[in-house]
Design a protein around this ligand. Structure first.
Ligand code: R5P
Length: 274
């Protein structure tokens, strides 16, 4: 691996655990101002010190993140459809590798839609993006399935989608947790990080998901709604960090979360968007 590529991977996956806690805040690219992301800058600000990586679009990067921040950025570069459309798979590359390099990001991310109407185009876009990323030392993350594709959330489907992504050259893959998740990890030769999906019923459920993913061999999380839609996002993030980096059990992570809640971290009050 070239120095630049290796350096970017090491900046995301932490020394010690070899894992990463990525905070995904890119949902607006197809969901609009979803709950607790109405004022994205206010949502992100308290999380920055505890995120190993922030996943955003270039619009949110420019609007909500101080250029003095040193947190590695994972830039979403696919999009072009919204939740108003039936077929979410009709994405294009919406941000060039040249702009990603200009923005100084650590990695770029693109969704693939295996089994969906635009499967071929999305895999072709992944390959094109990897060619461009390899040329300038920027790793590409393949995101397997979003939105309606999640109805296919089983190990056989996700293992196929993750393996295809790795075979095409993705340096890392983001996917969703499922039963027998170890089968998904086992079949994927590059690091897998696990998304959270829609907000679960409780903080405990999100910690259990994270614990299951790490136990199965995931190299971390790329989680959004179960962090910033929690009533205690910083506490939640600290609990997740304990699981990902310190091998904490769910009980230990809950103790971290409860201690932080007592210390007073809560979701930011909504403020008018600047
Ligand atoms: C889709 O909007 C993005 O790929 C998200 O970054 C991904 O789904 C992770 O966020 P969440 O944990 O909310 O599913």
């Amino acid at each position: 691996m070239e120095w630049g590529m290796a350096n970017r991977m090491h900046r995301m996956f932490q020394p010690g655990s070899g894992n990463a806690v990525m905070v995904a805040v890119d949902h607006g690219y197809f969901m609009g101002p979803t709950r607790r992301l109405e004022n994205v800058r206010a949502t992100i600000a308290p999380l920055i010190p505890y995120a190993d990586v922030l996943g955003v679009t270039r619009g949110v990067l420019r609007h909500a993140i101080d250029p003095a921040a040193t947190t590695p950025i994972l830039l979403r570069v696919s999009g072009g459809v919204t939740v108003l459309k039936e077929d979410l798979s009709h994405e294009e590359i919406i941000t060039s590798m040249e702009d990603a390099a200009r923005l100084g990001v650590c990695a770029v991310a693109l969704s693939v839609f295996v089994g969906a109407p635009h499967e071929h185009e999305s895999l072709h876009h992944l390959s094109q993006l990897i060619d461009a990323g390899e040329a300038c030392g920027i790793p590409v993350m393949s995101i397997t399935a979003v939105g309606k594709e999640l109805e296919k959330r089983d190990a056989r489907y996700l293992a196929l989608a993750c393996r295809v992504s790795a075979e095409l050259g993705a340096r890392m893959v983001k996917t969703y947790y499922c039963d027998n998740f170890e089968k998904v990890v086992e079949g994927c030769p590059v690091p897998i990080v696990c998304a959270g999906g829609p907000k679960l019923d409780s903080d405990r459920a999100a910690l259990e998901l994270a614990y299951g993913a790490i136990q199965a061999g995931a190299h971390g999380l790329d989680m959004g709604r179960n962090i910033w839609q929690s009533d205690h996002p910083v506490a939640m993030l600290k609990g997740l960090r304990a699981i990902v980096h310190e091998k904490a059990t769910v009980k230990e992570a809950l103790d971290v979360l409860e201690a932080e809640k007592k210390a007073g971290s809560a979701a930011p009050k909504r403020a008018a968007a600047p």
